[in-house]
Write a new protein. Structure first.
Length: 88
């Protein structure tokens, strides 16, 4: 990342979090969309599967949390895709 002068790497969903956790690097996940919930094994009849959340991960180097939060917030504001959870 330093050689390419990158502030962060963008990953689909939470896939970057597991990779970054090994050396202890931070990741911020931003909600982006909802996708159909279609598991490999079908749900039982009558079960109404709700769409599953899908996000993007921003992963950075050690101690880069302020920059990651800034990038995540800018992404969230630029896309306007985040929807607050429904009220109970």
């Amino acid at each position: 990342m330093k050689a390419e002068r990158l502030d962060a790497v963008l990953f689909p969903a939470q896939s970057g979090a597991a990779l970054a956790a090994r050396p202890g690097y931070p990741t911020v996940i931003v909600p982006f969309a909802k996708v159909p919930n279609a598991p490999m094994i079908p749900f039982p009849d009558g079960f109404d599967a709700k769409p599953a959340p899908y996000g993007v991960s921003f992963t950075g180097m050690a101690c880069s949390e302020p920059k990651l939060l800034s990038l995540a917030y800018a992404f969230e504001q630029a896309t306007k895709r985040r929807a607050p959870p429904p009220a109970p």
